[in-house]
Design a protein around this ligand. Structure first.
Ligand SMILES: Cc1cc2nc3c(=O)[nH]c(=O)nc-3n(C[C@H](O)[C@H](O)[C@H](O)COP(=O)(O)OP(=O)(O)OC[C@H]3O[C@@H](n4cnc5c(N)ncnc54)[C@H](O)[C@@H]3O)c2cc1C
Length: 429
């Protein structure tokens, strides 16, 4: 698996020039480089304009596996796609997966990614037992969970060194199916229905909602799922069904097409006859992987994914407020995801999740007015003690970043002096 574009992040929309190096041997560059996985971060945490990218995806061996306890040692360039493909038929699955399987273990650690089971399992970093980290100044060493460098490396945005290997606890998999339950919600302009559904589903291992942020009623669809058995052909991932062959032209993207798209999606979901069905786990966890290069749907100008979290006490009031601010500012938004985070401590110093509600929305080719509206949304998020997710960001100001992550100086102190990213230069200046 190679990244789709070596110079851009997944959200595209920015151009950068890099020297491309491969993490094949033991020597690290001595200046201005950034470790890179599969470039599935939406913004510039995986970009180092004017410097080097040290690609790790060729270092992808699965080194050893303890079949009794489900403990895997692998190189950090292995992707969750590789791991799942090998482990699903053996009855194991990564403990936490994001919405695409095309991320490396190194990338999943460096952003401390979360998935649909945050309320049960917390973040990816919690499944990491140890890391082999190589720095340009002190060389390689194994770090366990009690080592302070562990906390700086998990959600450390690649800045503390090259993660070469990791030991991961996988989860037991009863079968390749997911029993999925779907409920439509909302219409009253608040998130009360969503919160009630979510609270009533806390025993389900996987929960997530889709919300139409352009609808003043904030209608949505709530999904919950649990592992179950399924036919043997579901053990292997189905290949992508479609490749986006060209960039969509800019004129098809905008507020009206977003509104139309959201309406069609909502109607399709509300008219479905089966509210409970069994689907292959690949489809449940990674629906977007069915379309290769789906980021071209947003055209050459790319898109910003705006993901924020607000504390639980503030969520009922502030989420509708922030979404109506964006709607009234005429910010177009397609697929928006809503999810609750539980009070499960993340091991990373800079981890994004906090107990509360997170919303992630795609804004195609943002213009100046969209950017101003997003800046204002940042302030609304900060005012209630929330934060914006660095893995998705390409635009937040340095002032806001420092409000969201006041602990950033501790990461700066732990940074490998030869490593930097466009993101880090932008938000710490
Ligand atoms: C369709 C889609 C859905 C997604 N859904 C979710 C989701 O549900 N939850 C979520 O949390 N995220 C989600 N993401 C974001 C994605 O999971 C993260 O951005 C992830 O970190 C990308 O991994 P990568 O291997 O592509 O790393 P890259 O994007 O290449 O790099 C990410 C960071 O990791 C660092 N890094 C990479 N490899 C190493 C290494 N070996 N050593 C040290 N540092 C390294 C880089 O320097 C960079 O800072 C999604 C992304 C997409 C495209």
């Amino acid at each position: 698996m190679t990244p789709l574009s070596l110079d851009q992040p997944w959200g595209r929309g920015l151009s950068a020039t890099h020297e491309h190096l491969f993490a094949d041997g033991d020597a690290l560059p001595t200046k201005n480089f950034l470790p890179r996985g599969l470039g599935r971060s939406y913004g510039d945490v995986c970009v180092n304009d004017g410097g080097a990218l040290l690609h790790s995806f060729r270092r992808d061996r699965l080194i050893s596996f303890d079949e009794v306890h489900g403990v895997l040692r692998c190189e950090a360039g292995a992707s969750l796609a590789d791991i799942a493909q090998v482990m699903v038929p053996r009855g194991w699955f990564p403990s936490v997966v994001p919405g695409t399987r095309y991320v490396t273990v190194g990338g999943a650690i460096a952003n401390d990614v979360h998935g649909k089971n945050h309320h049960i399992a917390g973040t990816f970093g919690r499944s990491v037992q140890s890391i082999k980290l190589r720095r340009s100044d002190t060389g390689a060493r194994e770090i366990g969970t009690t080592d302070p460098t562990f906390g700086a490396t998990v959600a450390g945005l690649g800045l503390t060194g090259l993660i070469e290997e990791a030991t991961l606890q996988l989860g037991v998999l009863p079968g390749p199916g997911i029993a999925q339950d779907t409920t439509v919600f909302g219409g009253a302009g608040n998130i009360d229905d969503y919160v009630s559904l979510d609270e009533a589903s806390s025993a389900w291992p996987y929960t997530v909602g889709w919300i139409d942020t352009l609808d003043p009623g904030l209608r949505g669809v709530f999904f919950r799922g649990e592992h179950c058995d399924g036919p043997d052909e579901w053990l292997a991932p189905q290949p992508a069904k479609f490749t986006m062959p060209v960039d969509a032209p800019g004129w098809v993207l905008g507020r009206w097409s977003a509104k139309a798209f959201n309406s069609v999606y909502y109607r399709a979901q509300s008219m479905r006859t089966a509210r409970r069905e069994t689907v292959p786990l690949w489809q449940f966890f990674f629906p977007l992987d069915a379309v290769t290069a789906w980021n071209r749907v947003y055209g050459k100008r790319g898109f910003v994914q705006y993901q924020f979290v607000v504390p639980r006490e503030a969520a009922r009031e502030s989420v509708p407020k922030i979404l109506s601010h964006l709607r009234e500012s005429r910010v177009a938004s397609y697929l928006a995801v809503i999810k609750s985070f539980a009070a499960i401590a993340s091991p990373g110093l800079m981890s994004f999740p906090m107990p509360g509600v997170t919303v992630a929305l795609d804004v195609p080719g943002p213009n100046d007015a969209d950017r101003r509206a997003l800046d204002r949304a940042d302030a609304m998020v900060a005012d209630v003690g929330g934060r914006v997710y660095a893995a998705k960001d390409a635009r937040m100001s340095s002032v806001m970043f420092k409000r969201f992550y006041p602990q950033w100086e501790a990461l700066e102190a732990a940074r490998d002096p030869a490593i930097c990213s466009s993101f880090w230069r932008r938000v710490t200046r």
